[in-house]
Design a protein around this ligand. Structure first.
Ligand SMILES: [Zn+2]
Ligand SMILES: [Zn+2]
Length: 186
């Protein structure tokens, strides 16, 4: 059976929306779908963030068994020798998707859309540079430059609104956070 991490996930094309980093969108989706999939595995170990994510969303029986394994591992002093399998799978998916996005950027129409409307968070824009030829690096920089300017304008307008007691448009803060630091746990 093919066990490609990307089998069940959405494609870069499907994840394209104005104002949101497609890689963050895919990884967020991947993360929530994967949380249901982690079952007992011999080398189960999770970082702080993903242990909490599991504790909240996994089946109590499975999570208790995973934590028991981690407790036993800690006793033998091995807690730092295992990487989080959740983080490892996300990194694999991230590399796969950055390569996919880099490939799509070779298509003129796609590149034009990204240039005019697309968004990338700072982290993924930087990582994407390793997956595109030199001539496309400029395009990635232009997307980020436009995103930064748009967010700054929107945030300034938002601050003005707040001063006047209008508390609408809070989704903007989430978009600014995603642009600056990416999605939580990714
Ligand atoms: Zn991103
Ligand atoms: Zn992790």
């Amino acid at each position: 059976m093919k066990s490609d991490a990307s089998d069940h996930a959405i494609s870069v094309g499907q994840a394209l929306t104005k104002g949101a980093c497609p890689i963050c969108g895919i990884l967020k989706d991947f993360q929530s779908k994967s949380a249901e999939q982690y079952r007992l595995c011999a080398d189960a170990h999770f970082c702080n963030f993903h242990a909490w994510a599991l504790a909240r969303s996994g089946s109590a029986e499975d999570v208790a068994a995973i934590f028991l394994k981690m407790l036993n591992g800690d006793e033998q002093g091995t807690e730092n020798t295992h990487e989080c399998i959740f983080c490892r799978d996300i990194a694999k998916e991230e590399a796969y998707r950055l390569r996919e996005l880099g490939g799509q950027l070779q298509r003129a129409l796609f590149a034009q859309w990204m240039k005019s409307y697309g968004s990338l968070c700072l982290k993924h824009a930087q990582k994407l540079q390793e997956y595109v030829p030199l001539k496309h690096r400029r395009l990635v920089e232009e997307v980020v430059k436009r995103n930064r300017a748009e967010l700054r304008d929107e945030l300034e307008a938002f601050c003005e609104q707040l001063k006047q007691g209008i508390h609408e448009g809070g989704g903007l803060l989430g978009r600014a956070a995603e642009f600056l630091v990416g999605q939580r746990g990714l």
